[in-house]
Design a binder for this molecule. Structure first.
Ligand code: NAD
Ligand code: TDX
Length: 334
C-alpha cells in the first residue's frame, strides 16, 4: 500500500505519519507539503531515515506535480490546509487557494489517474455554532460555516462529495473536533497557553472564555482515520469527536493548575469576530459502524501534552523564534 499524505509536516499529518510507520511498517508514504509557516520538518525527524518514507516539497495547487505523484499511489489522505481561524479572519486568500483550489487539484488528479481512493480530512466547524442545549453535530447536520476558514473547508467537503457522486471517485470524509497533542503549532489555544506559561507570559483568553470546544487527543484522531481508510464505506462521511466538551476557561484553568500557576496569569482580551459559541460531536456512526471511540481521557491527554511541551522546548522555542525555517535548508541543502 502506498499513501500520498498531503500536509504531513503539520500537526495532525505528522502525527499520522508516525502512527502509520509504526502500525503498518510495510506501507510506503509520500508526504507532499509546501512547508508554509505551519509546516515543520522537525516534526518528522524520526521518519527521515526510514526507507518507506519520502518527503516532497510542493504545493497541492501545482497540477503537474500532483498529477505526477498521484500516478504511483493507492490512496490519498488529504490533510493539507490553512487551518487557523484567526489567520483566516485577517487574510483569507490562502485559505481559498489551498483549501478549495488545492483540494480541487487533488480530486482532479485522483480522478484522472484511474480513480484513486481519497480520504478528505475536515472539521466540525463546517456545521456552524451550537446553542447551549442544542444536540451535538452529526453527519446529517446542515452545513452552516461562519468563518472564512470553515467556509473554505465546507467548500472542499462539497467538492469531495461531488467527485464521489459525479465521477464515482472512491471518497470518504471525516469531520473532526478540536485536536490537541504533540507537534501542534503554538498559535492554537493549548500549545500557545502551555508555552506562554513556560515563558512566564500571560495567556490571552478571548471574550469571557465561555465558548465550548470538544477536545480529542490527536492519536485518537489518527486511529479514526486508520479505521476509515481501511474499513470505511465509500461515499460516506464520519463525524469524529472526543466526548469532551469544555469551555475555554475550563481548559485554561486545568492548564494553569497543572503548571502551578494562578488566575493572575489570565489576560482577558478582545473576542474573536464571529466567535462560534459551541462545537460538539455525536460520533455514534463511526462507533457503531467501525468500532471506533476515543481511548485517551482528557486527564491523560492533557498530562501527556504538557509533558511533551516541557520535554521538547527546542521544538517550540525554535518556532517562536522563527529558526525552524532553517531546518529544511540544513537537511536538503536548498
Ligand atoms: P496545520 O496547520 O498544523 O498543518 C497544515 C499543513 O499543511 C502544514 O504542514 C502546511 O505546510 C501544509 N500546507 C498548507 N498549505 C499547503 C499547500 N498549498 N500545499 C501543500 N501543503 C500545504 O494543520 P492541522 O491542525 O494539522 O490540520 C490538518 C487538517 O485537519 C486540516 O485539513 C484541518 O482543517 C483539519 N482539522 C484540524 C483540526 C485541529 O484541531 N487542528 C480539527 C479538525 C480538522
Ligand atoms: O489565544 C487564544 N485565545 C482563545 O481564547 C486562541 C488561539 C484561541 N482562543 C479560543 C478560541 C476558540 O474558542 O480557544 C478556542 C480554540 O481556539 P483555536 O485553538 O484557535 O481552535 P478553533 O478555532 O476552535 O479551531 C480548531 O479546531 C477545529 C483548529 O484550529 C481548526 O483547524 C479545526 O478545524
Amino acid at each position: 500500500m502506498k499513501l500520498l499524505i498531503t500536509g504531513g509536516a503539520g500537526f495532525i499529518g505528522s502525527n499520522f505519519i508516525h502512527y502509520i510507520l509504526k502500525e503498518y511498517p510495510s506501507y510506503r508514504i509520500v508526504n507532499l507539503d509546501a512547508l508554509t509557516y505551519a509546516g515543520n520538518l522537525e516534526n518528522l525527524k524520526e521518519a527521515e531515515n526510514n526507507p518507506k518514507y519520502k518527503f516532497v516539497k510542493g504545493n497541492i495547487c501545482d497540477e503537474k506535480l500532483v498529477n505526477e505523484l498521484m500516478k504511483d499511489i493507492d490512496i490519498v489522505v488529504h490533510f493539507a490546509a490553512e487551518s487557523h481561524v484567526d489567520r483566516s479572519i485577517l487574510n483569507s486568500g490562502d485559505f481559498i487557494k489551498t483549501n478549495i483550489n488545492g483540494t480541487h487539484t487533488l480530486l482532479e488528479a485522483a480522478k484522472n489517474t484511474g480513480g484513486k481512493r481519497f480520504h478528505h480530512i475536515s472539521t466540525d466547524e463546517v456545521y456552524g455554532s451550537l446553542g447551549k442545549n442544542d444536540p451535538a453535530f452529526n453527519e446529517k447536520t446542515p452545513y452552516d460555516p461562519r468563518s472564512p476558514y470553515s467556509a473554505s473547508k465546507a467548500s472542499s467537503d462539497h467538492l469531495a462529495r461531488a467527485y464521489f457522486h459525479t465521477y464515482n471517485l472512491p471518497v470518504t470524509i471525516s469531520n473532526c473536533s478540536n485536536n490537541y497533542g504533540p507537534y501542534q503549532f503554538p498559535e492554537k489555544l493549548m500549545p500557545l497557553f502551555i508555552t506562554n506559561l513556560m515563558e512566564g507570559k500571560k495567556v490571552p483568553v478571548y471574550g469571557t472564555g465561555e465558548n465550548v470546544r470538544d477536545w480529542l487527543f490527536v492519536e485518537d484522531h489518527c486511529r479514526a482515520i486508520d479505521k476509515i481508510i481501511h474499513q470505511g464505506k465509500i461515499g460516506e462521511t464520519y463525524c469524529v469527536g472526543g466526548d469532551c466538551e469544555k469551555t475555554n476557561l475550563e481548559i485554561t484553568r486545568e492548564i494553569l493548575k497543572m503548571m502551578g500557576k494562578g488566575e493572575e496569569a489570565i489576560e482577558y482580551v478582545k473576542d474573536r469576530p464571529g466567535h462560534d459559541k459551541r462545537y460538539a460531536i455525536d460520533f455514534s456512526k463511526i462507533k457503531n459502524e467501525l468500532g471506533w471511540e476515543p481511548k485517551i481521557s482528557f486527564e491523560e491527554g492533557i498530562k501527556k501534552t504538557i509533558e511533551w511541551y516541557k520535554n521538547n522546548q527546542n521544538w517550540w522555542r525554535s518556532i517562536k523564534s522563527g529558526n525552524y525555517k532553517n531546518y529544511y535548508k540544513k537537511q536538503y541543502g536548498k
